[in-house]
Design a protein. Sequence first.
Length: 168
Amino acid sequence: MNKVMSRTAQPRPRHRPPTRHDTRRPGGAPPRKPSIRGRHELPPAVTRSGSTDVTTPQSAQPPVRPTDLFADRLLAVLSGQRPVHWMLRHTAGRAYDELARLAEHRPLRAHGSRPVVHDIGYYVPSEGALEVFARIAAGDRLRALAFRLERGQDLRWRCTAVETGPRP
């Protein structure tokens, strides 16, 4: 029996032009900006590499805020794209039970188009806590998603409550 543990690079077809590497192209969409701010500023964003350095070069990925990260993760679970247990280590308290109950009905699932986060806002009720709302666009409909994030002793953000708008 012959087992292959690694793949060799497949040759590129000769009838296709080489890939273009143009440095003049725009980097992508601008980062989302929260629309509502409390008295305190949102904590600094964490870059995708894991460091807290906010001054990244232009070629690096933009920093990801915890509000954006959790909104995308919750959307993936509540639209049926990911299983509920994917959020197990990112939730605390009863939030996982609430998420499991909500995910059974897939309240943010859209027929035809894939739902996306349209807008995010937040409020800082106390140090180490964020109350976040997100508008979810699916086709021509807007739906609501609200959740609470709390920073634990290990300085990681965890979701402690999840709610969606009324079911249509």
